[in-house]
Design a binder for this molecule. Sequence first.
Ligand code: ZN
Length: 367
Amino acid sequence: MATGYVYHELFGWHDTGTQAQLLPANVAQGLQPFHHYEYAEPKRRAHELVVVTGLVDHLTRIAPRPATDEEILLVHTPHHLDRLVTANPTGGDAGDGGTKFGPGGLDIARLAAGGVIRAFDAVLDGSVRNAYALVRPPGHHAIPDSGMGFCLLANIAIAIRSVRRTHDCKRVAVVDIDVHHGNGTQTVFWEDPTVLAISLHQDRMFPPDSGHVTERGAGPGFGYTLNLPLPPGTGKGGYQESIRRVVLPALRRFRPDLIVVAAGYDASALDPLGRMMLTPGGYRDITKALVDAANTLCGGRIVAVQEGGYAEAYVPFCLHAVVEELVGVEKPFPDPFHFDRLGQQELQPHQDAAIKATEKLLVDIHH
Ligand SMILES: [Zn+2]
């Protein structure tokens, strides 16, 4: 059975303005206009590589559709939706001062969230085996009452709540491998034991002071939020061990009906924001392990959803490796960068200590 694939040209039209990458351009501060980190190129180039290599011929295209108000309000407050609706004709900010969008930005964000819903639908109704949703803007930082960290809408959370209304999908595991903490997903499902929210991220980067190992959910959801803050510099070995010792045992204990990967490529060795060392090969290994887990635990039902990733020339190869593993191609397209040779790609003692701290928390996850 095929792998589904969501992309739409409008995702490249989401306009984050002329920021000096992270900060608004400002003459007095010496900040020359440039482009926001979260601009179209990394993801547009990733899609184009998928087309150019012919990988797209192995994929079943899934057309996105806009998420409705009703679907958005399954996660977000009317206050947040009203803010986006009001600013949509002119463009504006999604709530934290750093999440800009141009005129029509909400229309594109609706298409991203709706694209994820359609990918989930296709996997759950069995029309595809698994899927990749290459959407933009990203979603994992958005909280119910606000956009945050380049995210307008909580795409994954909206899709989880939407598909549960029509599909038998009681238990969902989210494995967030973006270099930043998946705080939005964590917040939405904080007290919900039916969604296991696992986040592997660089220790205390964004949001600041967020994603501690001590953040574990509350009430009936206690234990179903699992954070693994990794030291800067973690590479292939540290991520492999994190998957093997934390993520896979957590998934086996939880026994999800669907696995969702929050796929951020800002943990790559060339990312301008993250300080990790993953390569296309590293992303391939992670995906292979998660696809195997999905095959064993939930009939192969796994959806990877695009989050961050800012190295324009490198993101395409990381994404390509992930999609190849979802498809199960026999001859992967070669990685021209060869950063697997970087020193300290293997597990380091301080990374091992971080993994050990989260490993201890697995006992509180039950089916
Ligand atoms: Zn990120």
